[in-house]
Design a protein around this ligand. Structure first.
Ligand code: SAH
Length: 258
């Protein structure tokens, strides 16, 4: 089968963080699939067809791209950030697992990208410099109780925590609830980073504490990093603070016993 599907990460937004590998994969595609907002970031090429779809149609988008590739075309499907982080690469694998046998014979390439948590972390220093874990706060595909259990476990185990999908119009209360739970487990001074639209014109990055963190300051384009007991802030005169998670944490910084 001659068809090919590339699942490509576009990075957080700034064209400078699009990898040369991703650029080459985009240039080589005959057809581009993706959420409209992400496709808009890819320069137009006359030889390419474009197939934009709504943000929440991952399964049908993956199936359409696979069917197109199975017909012999060189197809690319794009994600913001990295395609393997809460994005299209898993949707493509799921579609292959449940799809016609011919899709298993396709040439599939996943091209990594700079994921939002790395872009946000880099803006403030090294909040993910030691052990951390990553959660999506979206309860579209999993129950909220499971998210709460994982948040509790992460905080108790002493991980810094990166939170994707913190809030949306359909999910207005989840982030506030998450902060409430974390306040019960971590010190009030725990650093919290809000990184919004990093790499785009409307970027905004702020550093606050768990006590002062306000869910209303986040939107769909925001990635949060909640520190651990080993995360510290260095205030600097005339400059934004540096946030880092120490790699040589003494025993008491390693989390609270469960
Ligand atoms: N695949 C993407 C994540 C998709 S989930 C990646 O690897 O980055 C969508 C969530 O990612 C958003 O709700 C937000 O939490 C985060 N996000 C994506 N782009 C971002 C950016 N430029 N700045 C901050 N957060 C971003």
């Amino acid at each position: 089968m001659s068809g090919h599907l590339a699942v490509i990460g576009l990075g957080p937004g700034d064209a400078r963080t699009l990898t040369p590998e991703a650029q080459a994969a985009l240039a080589g595609a005959e057809a581009l699939y993706g959420y409209g907002g992400y496709l808009d970031r890819v320069p137009m090429r006359e030889s390419q067809s474009r197939h934009a779809s709504d943000n929440r149609q991952e399964g049908s988008r993956a199936a359409a791209a696979l069917a197109h590739a199975a017909a012999g075309a060189k197809v690319a499907i794009v994600s913001g950030g990295d395609p393997g982080v809460f994005a299209m690469a898993a949707a493509v694998c799921e579609a292959i697992a449940g799809g016609p046998p011919a899709w298993r014979c396709l040439d599939i390439t996943v091209v990594p990208g700079v994921t939002a948590m790395l872009a946000v972390a880099a803006r403030v220093g090294a909040p993910l410099g030691h052990d951390f874990c990553v959660l999506s706060l979206s309860d579209n595909l999993k129950p909220w109780e499971l998210i709460e259990r994982r948040l509790d476990a992460a905080a108790r185990a002493g991980f810094a925590i990166a939170l994707y999908n913190p809030i949306s119009r359909a999910r207005p209360w989840q982030l506030g609830k998450a902060f409430d739970r974390l306040r019960g487990l971590l010190p009030p001074a725990t650093p919290v980073v809000f990184g919004r639209a990093v790499g785009r014109a409307d970027e905004r990055v702020t550093v606050t504490t768990l006590a002062a963190a306000d869910a209303a300051s986040a939107d769909m384009a925001t990635l949060l990093i909640v520190g651990s007991r080993a995360t510290h802030v260095i205030e600097r005169p005339g400059r934004s603070p540096l946030v880092y998670t120490s790699r040589s944490a003494p025993g008491r910084d390693e989390g609270t016993p469960a």
